[in-house]
Each structure stands twice: as structure tokens, then as C-alpha cells.
Design a protein around this ligand. Structure first.
Ligand code: PLP
Ligand code: SF4
Length: 365
């Protein structure tokens, strides 16, 4: 019999008009869902649609999942390979930016396609090739590079794979004596928490050490079902970290972030990163300024316990990796440009948002 989560994944909505019909709402006038669907993947589990507050035309859950006409617009700040992953991909399926750890792209689909995703163009095959068919080359690469200690599963979303696919990948890597940690980056605990069933968590617990990094962006995503998923991991002693993305209109208020990070911390999920929104095409409305992010982080300092405060980071365009955003390494040049000084001493210019290149957030309904 098909597992319940597989059925729920299959029943996820893959069309904007159907998502609005499911909610019983009229879509905004003039949105061409077919055109958006040709350019970017659309998928929303009904579980996630049910978290939307239909009275709020700017609902933070709805903004993250409902396709909008603005995605089709271009911004002068867009960068197709926004964080330089393609540039730092030595073989298909691998992104290697730091000596001791690599990203392994083990899946090429997600349980939900988040509208702000930095890999937004990837599911339509633009940037990173390979995945499944490329994995043999990826394994050979990891086997040969003895300095790699940690392999980070990403994609796509690793936890939409069945155990029959996931476990052999873990086992092959753990059989290499230089690999000391497997880390799984997944938004499934947020968008399809019913998939975090006992069979999955028991299997992962039997393959320790494994660290799971979740991706909660808003406190309302911490539903009873999501709490059950978190509990399953913590009960079995699997460490949980969270990475969030700073998103305009979704979580760019001090109260919202304080509640998100505080709730996560008290649930046993350590807030790890707050990512500045990358400059991926189709995500312009979600961007905040670096200054706004720095001010938010400063406002959280007294409100939250030390371990509840994540590191606020920018994945620097060009493939330089993630870098903590602070006035120590970021110097304002003028209203919208920053000079970044890397640890090597090299300096880069980063163009920030301004009112001319920042579209308004769409009204959802
Ligand atoms: C984010 C990232 C990692 C993981 O970095 P940590 O700082 O260890 O979380 C590894 N490789 C790449 C390419 C990344 O983008
Ligand atoms: S689950 Fe992650 S990779 Fe997939 S669309 Fe959302 S943010 Fe992007």
C-alpha cells in the first residue's frame, strides 16, 4: 500500500489556478499561471495551503507558496547563477566551495516549490545538471578528495526520496573512512511534515552521526504536525538546526523573527543561519536591504538567548561562499552599494536594493 505521505505528495497542487480554487479565492487579475508554470515549477502540498490565513491579503504563508505575476518580471539586480554554484561544481551533483565539506544534490524535486527559492531556475534545468545520473561521478569525486569530512545532502529536497534511495546513498558515503558527518538540508519538515514518519527517523537514527537542517521561515509554520516531526528527531537524538531566509513581507519584523527563533530554540531546533535573500531571477519582491537585516539582527540581541540567535549571512555572488553580514566586513560606499572585504583581503562591491529596483509585494487576494 502506498504510504500516506506519498499520496499527499501526489495530491499536492501543481497549478496556480487550482491552488486558488482549493482556497476558494479569486486569483489577482491578470496573473498568467500557465506562463509562470512554463518558466518555474509549481507545487504546494494541501497541508501547507491549509496554513494560509485567507483573511490576510499579504499572508506570509501564502506569499511563500502561491505563484504571482511578479515572478515573471526582471530586476536589474538579478543574477542567473546567484551564488555561483554552477561555477563551483566540479562534477554534476557536487558543489564544492569549502575544503572540508561538499553539497551533494541527491534529489531534483521538492515537496513544495518556494517562490523565493535561490535554486528557482534549477528545477527547469537551467543551472546544475546531472543529479541522479551524475551521482556515480559525484561519489568518485568524494572518494578521491580525502579532505572532505562532511557531505551535505541537498537538491531539490533529500527527504522526498524513499528510504530505498536515501539509505544506500548514506551507507556508501559512511563506508568511506574520511567522511565523518552526513548533513541533510530539508524543507520537508515544514512543507510536508507527515513525511517525517517513524520508519524514516528510525532509519536515520540507525545511521548516526547525521545532522538535519530544517528550513522554517515563519512561526506559523510550527504547526502541531511540524512539532510532531521535530519531536521524532529530538526523541532519537538527531541534532536539528534551522536555516531561515530573510524575506520581505514574510518575516522581516523583529517580533516575527524573535518568535520564530525563540520557538525553535525552545523546541530543540538551534537557529543556525538567517540567509540574506539571494538575487535569483523571479525573487525580487522578497529582497530586503542589508541594512534592514543588520538592524533586525541588532534588535534581536537583547530579546533572545545567545544560542537562539542565528548567524546572518550573505552567499556572495560569484561563488565565494557564505559570509557573516556585519559592519566589520561590509562598508557602505553610498546609499545602495557596499564594499565587502573577504578574509583573503580581496574586496568586492555588492549592489543592494533601492526603491527603483524593488517591486511592491503582490496582494495575494
Ligand atoms: C552553505 C554551504 C555549505 C555549508 O556551509 P556551512 O557553513 O558548513 O553550513 C557547504 N557548501 C556549500 C557550497 C554551501 O553553499
Ligand atoms: S524546498 Fe528548498 S530547494 Fe525546494 S523550492 Fe523550497 S527553498 Fe527551494
Amino acid at each position: 500500500m502506498k504510504k500516506p505521505w506519498r499520496r499527499d505528495l501526489q495530491e499536492a497542487i501543481t497549478d496556480g489556478a487550482k491552488a486558488y480554487a482549493y482556497l476558494g479565492k479569486e486569483p489577482p487579475k491578470g496573473v498568467d499561471f500557465a506562463a509562470i508554470g512554463r518558466q518555474y515549477s509549481i507545487r504546494i502540498p494541501k497541508y501547507y495551503l491549509d496554513l494560509i490565513d485567507k483573511r490576510d491579503p499579504y499572508d506570509p504563508i501564502g506569499l511563500q507558496c502561491l505563484p504571482q505575476g511578479l515572478e515573471m518580471g526582471a530586476s536589474e539586480l538579478d543574477i542567473p547563477d546567484a551564488v555561483g554554484d554552477a561555477k563551483r561544481s566540479p562534477v554534476p551533483g557536487i558543489v564544492h566551495k569549502y575544503p572540508n565539506r561538499v553539497i551533494l544534490l541527491v534529489a531534483n524535486t521538492c515537496s513544495m516549490y518556494c517562490r523565493y527559492c535561490f535554486r528557482k531556475p534549477v528545477p527547469k534545468g537551467i543551472a546544475l545538471p546531472g543529479l541522479r545520473e551524475g551521482l556515480e561521478q559525484a561519489f568518485a569525486y568524494i572518494q578521491a578528495q580525502r579532505g572532505i569530512e562532511e557531505v551535505i545532502f541537498s537538491g531539490g529536497d533529500p527527504l522526498i526520496l524513499g528510504l530505498e534511495t536515501l539509505l544506500p546513498l548514506i551507507e556508501r558515503l559512511q563506508a568511506m573512512d574520511h567522511i565523518r558527518m552526513i548533513r541533510i538540508h530539508s524543507r520537508v519538515p515544514v512543507t510536508l511534515p507527515q513525511r517525517i514518519d517513524d520508519a524514516l527517523v528510525d532509519a536515520l537514527a540507525a545511521h548516526k552521526p547525521i545532522t538535519v537542517v530544517t528550513h522554517f521561515n515563519h512561526p506559523r509554520e510550527l504547526s502541531p504536525l511540524a512539532l510532531t516531526a521535530i519531536d521524532r528527531f529530538t526523541q532519537r537524538g538527531i541534532p536539528l538546526l534551522n536555516q531561515a531566509v530573510l524575506l520581505r513581507g514574510v518575516n522581516d519584523k523583529s517580533e516575527t523573527l524573535a518568535r520564530l527563533f525563540g520557538d525553535l530554540y525552545y523546541l530543540g531546533v538551534r537557529p543556525y543561519y538567517l540567509h540574506h535573500c539571494d538575487r535569483t531571477p523571479g525573487t525580487a519582491p522578497f529582497r530586503t536591504s542589508l541594512q534592514a537585516g543588520m538592524d533586525l539582527m541588532a534588535s534581536l540581541k537583547n530579546r533572545l538567548s545567545g544560542p537562539a540567535l542565528p548567524r546572518y549571512v550573505l552567499d556572495i555572488p560569484g561563488g565565494y561562499g557564505k559570509y557573516p553580514i556585519s559592519r566589520h566586513h561590509f562598508t557602505p560606499l553610498d546609499a545602495h552599494r557596499w564594499q565587502i572585504t573577504l578574509p583573503t583581503g580581496k574586496t568586492l562591491i555588492y549592489q543592494d536594493i533601492s526603491s527603483d529596483n524593488q517591486p511592491d509585494l503582490p496582494r495575494l487576494f
